[in-house]
Write a protein that binds this ligand. Structure first.
Ligand SMILES: Nc1ncnc2c1ncn2[C@@H]1O[C@H](COP(=O)(O)OP(=O)(O)OP(=O)(O)O)[C@@H](O)[C@H]1O
Length: 339
């Protein structure tokens, strides 16, 4: 890592929204989608950017690509002001929006790549090399001649990731890259991103609703809510800051009273032979499982991860000023202000 590649200093984005409130009446509201965010991302970092629906994630990414102009603050990507120099920046960044495709719907996959080759004026040898590598690692070989509209969601997503990387971007923004993917596709996409980051040192900023994406890929995560940065630190600290819990579900041979386990683990639900035990997400499930298996006839078990909304809700509840990674003054922000 040599210096900051992404720099935000007090960045804001305010939208003016007109809403019909009656037959002839309209109300103007100002929505503060991003409310004074500051952070830097160093070259080679792989950072998660998470938050509940409407938190301001996509708005931040759109400002980082130059699609939206900030209402205030200072923003630089690779030393470039994105909204002023969008074309020059486009050669340095790659963008994947999980819910939309940049590929040509009716054309075979390879045609979108040929187009990128020309559009970005990628040297022939470099294009060939990058394409071969993406085709191999993302297993796209059999799909190159298939029209994009015939691809499954997972295949299309892999196709989109390759398209974003052909011009060797230094930064890759990924907006929900694993949304709607099955387990196999998700694992493949995560494996590829890990390799890309390790081998090429590509800086990755990833928004997702899947906490496992963050835990498996990122050494740093930022949480945004109501347009403000709530947390910036390691993923493990996220659980500590929010004291979130995982749930161990055990199936016993028959009905039992609530199983006896040591605090802070506790039984939160019993239904016939099945019992649900909550325990801190920062702790391993292994000792708990061992204890139950030693004392009860255990038939089956599974562990449920907390979702992002639950982690953030607990973070609000348990937020202590100056706690590890919790951004001071983050609480009490307002998403919208009236005029
Ligand atoms: N073009 C726009 N005009 C008006 N309001 C907008 C616009 N884009 C976003 N917003 C509002 O700004 C806020 C932040 O939206 P944003 O899409 O950045 O959230 P998000 O964190 O990406 O949410 P999600 O996880 O649902 O994609 C929301 O209140 C949203 O309604």
């Amino acid at each position: 890592m040599d210096g900051a590649l992404i720099e935000l200093d007090g960045v804001e984005k305010v939208f003016d929204v007109r809403r019909r409130t009656g037959f002839l009446r309209r109300e103007r509201r100002r929505v503060r989608a991003v409310d004074g965010i500051s952070f830097t991302v160093a070259r080679g970092e792989m950072v998660g950017y998470i938050g509940p629906n409407g938190a301001g994630k996509s708005t931040t990414i759109k400002m980082l690509t130059g699609i939206l102009t900030p209402s205030g603050g200072r923003l630089r990507v690779a030393g470039i002001d994105p909204s002023r120099d969008r074309i020059r920046l486009a050669h340095r960044i790659g963008v994947v929006f999980g819910q939309r495709t940049t590929l040509w719907w009716d054309l075979p996959l390879i045609d979108s790549y040929r187009l990128a080759h020309r559009m970005y004026r990628i040297p022939d040898a470099r294009y060939r090399e990058n394409l071969d590598r993406c085709v191999e690692l993302l297993e796209l070989g059999a799909l190159l001649d298939v029209p994009v509209r015939q691809l499954s969601l997972g295949q299309r997503m892999r196709g989109d990731i390759a398209a974003a990387l052909l011009h060797d971007p230094e930064v890759l923004y990924l907006d929900e890259p694993t949304i709607g993917l099955d387990v196999v596709s998700r694992t493949r996409v995560r494996g590829f991103l890990r390799e890309l980051n390790a081998e090429r040192g590509t800086t990755v900023l990833l928004t997702t609703h899947d906490l496992q994406d963050i835990e498996q890929l990122c050494s740093r995560v930022m949480v945004i809510d109501h347009g403000r940065l709530m947390y910036d630190g390691p993923p493990a600290g996220l659980h500590e800051a929010g004291e979130s819990e995982r749930v161990l579900v055990v199936d016993l041979e028959r009905e039992f009273p609530p199983v006896e386990v040591a605090a802070p683990a506790r039984v939160v639900r019993v239904a016939g032979p099945r019992q649900w035990l909550a325990f801190p997400a920062s702790q391993s499930a292994a000792p708990l499982v061992a204890r139950i298996a030693a004392a009860y006839p255990l038939v089956d078990l599974s562990v449920r991860e907390p979702d992002i909304e639950a982690v953030i809700a607990r973070m609000y509840a348990g937020q202590s000023p100056g706690g590890a990674g919790v951004v001071p003054g983050a609480r009490g922000s307002q998403a919208a202000v009236g005029e």
